[in-house]
Design a protein around this ligand. Sequence first.
Ligand SMILES: Nc1ncnc2c1ncn2[C@@H]1O[C@H](COP(=O)(O)OP(=O)(O)OP(=O)(O)O)[C@@H](O)[C@H]1O
Ligand SMILES: [Mg+2]
Length: 252
Amino acid sequence: MIEIKNLSKIYNTNYGEFKALEDINITINDGDIFGIIGMSGAGKSTLLRCINLLEKPSSGHVVIDGQDITGFAGSQLLQLRRNIGMVFQRFNLLMQRTVKDNVAFPLEICGVPKADRDKRVAELLELVGLADKANNYPVQLSGGQQQRVAIARALANNPGIILCDEPTSALDSLTTSSLLQLLKEINEKLGVTIVIITHEMSVVNKICNRVAVINDARIIEQGVTKEVFSNPQHEMTKLLLSDLIVVKGGEN
Ligand SMILES: Nc1ncnc2c1ncn2[C@@H]1O[C@H](COP(=O)(O)OP(=O)(O)OP(=O)(O)O)[C@@H](O)[C@H]1O
Ligand SMILES: [Mg+2]
């Protein structure tokens, strides 16, 4: 379980202090696929990055499985990051390395012996459906395939949590659907908790059991996706959802 408690984040800029997150309270249960939605600049990436301390919260706490991780540093922080995989919009693969060497990278860093690495990489590539691309370079793959490699890499150390920052925003809608299917499979088969930022309401509708709406540094609404989507309370949520209604209209 991930508990975010009274969390705020202030950036120091040339123009003074900028409050990117204000008094955030969220609980993400084990096994959730938890969506975070909001307009550009609302604070979504900052919030996600506070969960694995890529950003240091200015105040408040992040508690994972009952342990307050907010002050973690050194080996504790390394251990924490091993338990939290991350997937980005632009895939962030190492372009000079083959697919299998990209997936092996986090295992190399942890000092996993080569034979064990090879075995794990083969399993992971099988899981994401890219066993036949092991020796290709990222540039030889489609965007959807590159994101599958990034997902395999994020899973290398058997994390309990995966954080995804706009994982499908660079992909077309069919590729998005198959990638969401993969994330759902990973969630169901491996029991990985997934936190996913997206600006696409259809993504939340398809795979997130719960959702939080962030606006101007604050959570304005959160709950079970079906309930929030069928009865949005806040004007901003309604505005974000108008996108989904258009998509639905187009399909019918
Ligand atoms: N390192 C930083 N220094 C100063 N301000 C920052 C920094 N990172 C983000 N911000 C500001 O904090 C606010 C929230 O940024 P964040 O990247 O979390 O938004 P976001 O919701 O992910 O937006 P987008 O949908 O465009 O990715 C923005 O106004 C941004 O300019
Ligand atoms: Mg962002």
